[in-house]
Design a protein around this ligand. Structure first.
Ligand SMILES: Nc1nc2c(ncn2[C@@H]2O[C@H](COP(=O)(O)OP(=O)(O)O)[C@@H](O)[C@H]2O)c(=O)[nH]1
Ligand SMILES: [Mg+2]
Length: 586
């Protein structure tokens, strides 16, 4: 199936044409039929000579109902621009064409209707000329009369040609179904309809109402009036939702695949069709089936920042219409360049941003997107409509090469700075580096660490080296060394350590720096004590008692007990039954 929307001035025969082609009534409301005028969207379908099915979204032509027209056209990639031979090119012929152009609709036909009333020639020439300069480009023009039936077979063939040109939809991608109708069916509950432009829907699927994040379940699906288990794009589809009050969903809402879309209130855009300086400060943004008030902040000659009155699930590259409701006309075409733009807080930020936007065209650009953001999650990029082609640095974090290298250099500098500020600590807590580098996650700090730095016990430390001791500590350790030289196993008493200025923190630093050997708590010796003790003890008759070792080492139990335990643990001595030890020969 493919879907085409009608377009054109009121009373030019759009609904009559849809009726003639499909045998279905596009004007659904009694009021529409009584007044003979389309007010809201109508839906109908027919088979073409090729066997393909085409569904029509019939739109109102009256200028009062242009918002309804835009809701119908917004999600539909092809259009049938209808002009009456006897009335000619009229204001909404022009406005509807401007809307199609703003939306970038590239596939369409011009149908000149009511040819039983006037020669289609002049109108066909005018319409062809008007359309030529738009996104529709060179189009086929088909003259018809719904009254006499002239031209209808040719129009069916032309529709087939148009359908064959349409690009294949992305069926495996996420779903974003812009709701164009919502109603209640007795016994079934809430039903929404829309044009499924990409993706696939199945009964049982979970979807999200984008605006408020409400999860909904697909209870049933209809397409072309028939119940289906599955509907693939492109299709008109009616979705029966489980457990959703009718009031919770309305035209302009979007049902989206969970986690696949972000919702944004701030977008940077390119404006076509009018200079940005001529735009109203406030307008109405029509995108998909939604219409949202926006504030316009000009940035460059053809770029602007739009602040939306409510969030929408928008993607880079989306097209939209900016309308001036006061003057009732299309103010400009909108191409979304950035759906998560940076704040413009600093002086000169707006001008800089205009410079960036000048280089964007709305096509997904993963490498450029990562470069501009420095650091971004792959999932967040995908939710902007930018497929991820860059390899993550850790987890799903993508980093620009230059930005990453600069962060790495800053990490090294911060490690040095911290070491200078905290000379007695070994290394920098990862969390401190995360904060100093302004990173969102600790895993990024760890991913930045390069040799000779490494991560140990939640800190970034220099491999191999302990910290360099601050001078007073180094001096105190030197004095201790002198005192211990003659009696190397007489660990200094607590009061001596205090005299030397060696508190627990200083001792810890000296131990980490390898300047002292800790036996227990504040019991410290010089680092060579283990080897020295091994030599002394090897000279004793084996095995030996604790008392014999204490005397040979010329020390107290306070030192001998933990020293022997240390020697045991290092395999220098072995403890035997009867509380004796022997030196293990190597
Ligand atoms: N003579 C003639 N009248 C037509 C033709 N198509 C539509 N009409 C009439 O034009 C009027 C407007 O048609 P309608 O389909 O409602 O126009 P819409 O507003 O564009 O949907 C109706 O009175 C139709 O009967 C045609 O091909 N020939
Ligand atoms: Mg109509």
């Amino acid at each position: 199936m493919w879907v085409v929307a009608t377009a054109g001035h009121v009373d030019h025969g759009k609904s009559t044409l849809v009726r003639a082609l499909t045998g279905m009534e596009p004007d659904r409301w009694a009021e529409e039929r009584r007044r003979g005028m389309t007010i809201d969207l109508g839906f109908a379908w027919t088979s073409l000579p090729s066997g393909a099915t085409v569904a029509f979204v019939d739109v109102p032509g009256h200028e009062r109902f242009v918002p309804n027209m835009l809701a119908g056209v917004g999600p539909v990639p092809a259009a049938l621009l209808v002009v009456a031979a006897d009335e000619g090119w009229m204001p909404q012929s022009a406005e509807h064409l401007a809307a199609l152009d703003a939306l970038g609709v590239a596939y369409g036909l011009v149908v000149v209707t009511r040819v039983d009333l006037a020669d289609p020639g002049p109108v066909a020439a005018r319409a062809r000329a008007e359309v030529a300069g738009t996104s529709l480009g060179a189009v086929e023009v088909v003259p018809v009369s719904a009254v006499t039936g002239v031209g209808l077979p040719e129009l069916r063939v032309a529709l087939d040609r148009l359908g064959a040109r349409l690009p294949a939809p992305v069926v495996d991608g996420p779903v974003r179904l812009w709701v164009d109708r919502c109603f209640t069916v007795r016994g079934s509950g809430t039903v929404v309809t829309g044009t499924l432009r990409a993706g696939r829907l199945r009964v049982g699927d979970e979807l999200v109402v984008a605006a408020d994040g409400m999860r909904v379940r697909v209870r049933g699906l209809h397409s072309l009036g028939t119940a289906r288990d599955e509907v693939s794009a492109v299709s008109r589809v009616a979705v029966n939702l489980r457990g959703v009050a009718r009031e919770r969903v309305a035209r302009g809402d979007a049902l989206v695949t969970p986690e696949a879309f972000g919702c944004t209130e701030l977008v940077d855009v390119r404006i076509s069709g009018a200079p940005v300086a001529d735009l109203p400060a406030a307008g109405m943004l029509h995108v998909g089936s939604a219409a949202v008030p926006v504030r316009v902040r000009p940035l460059g000659p053809d770029t602007a920042r739009l602040r939306l009155a409510r969030p929408l699930p928008l993607l880079v590259g989306d097209r939209a219409v900016l309308r001036d409701p006061g003057r009732r006309l299309v103010a400009g075409g909108v191409t979304l360049l950035d759906v998560v733009p940076p704040p413009l807080a600093r002086r000169g930020a707006a001008a800089a941003r205009a410079g960036v936007l000048a280089g964007l065209d709305g096509r997904a650009d993963p490498v450029g997107e990562v470069r501009r953001r420095g650091l971004v999650r792959a999932g967040d990029l995908a939710r902007m409509g930018v497929p991820v082609t860059v390899t993550p640095v850790v987890g799903d974090w993508l980093a620009d090469d230059g930005h990453w290298a600069r962060l790495g250099a800053r990490l090294v500098a911060e490690v040095s700075r911290y070491a200078a500020e905290h000379p007695l600590e070994s290394g920098v807590p990862v969390e401190v580096l995360r904060q100093r580098l302004g990173l969102p996650e600790r895993s990024l700090v760890e991913a930045l660490v390069r040799a000779p730095l490494r991560v140990r016990a939640g800190r970034v430390v220099a491999a191999g080296s302990g910290s360099v001791l601050p001078a007073p500590v180094a001096r105190a350790v030197d004095r201790l060394g002198v005192e211990l030289r003659s009696r190397p196993f007489r660990a200094p008493e607590a009061d001596r350590l205090v005299e030397l200025g060696l508190g627990p923190r200083e001792i810890g630093a000296a131990v980490r720096a390898g300047a002292l050997l800790r036996l227990a708590g504040a019991v410290v010796l010089l680092p060579g004590a283990v080897e020295q003790a091994a030599r002394v003890l090897a000279g004793l008759p084996q095995p030996f008692t604790l008392s014999a070792a204490r005397q040979a080492l010329d020390t107290s139990r306070r030192v001998a007990v933990p020293l022997l335990e240390l020697l045991d643990s290092r395999g220098v001595t072995r403890r035997l039954p009867g509380d004796v030890r022997m030196v293990v020969s190597r």
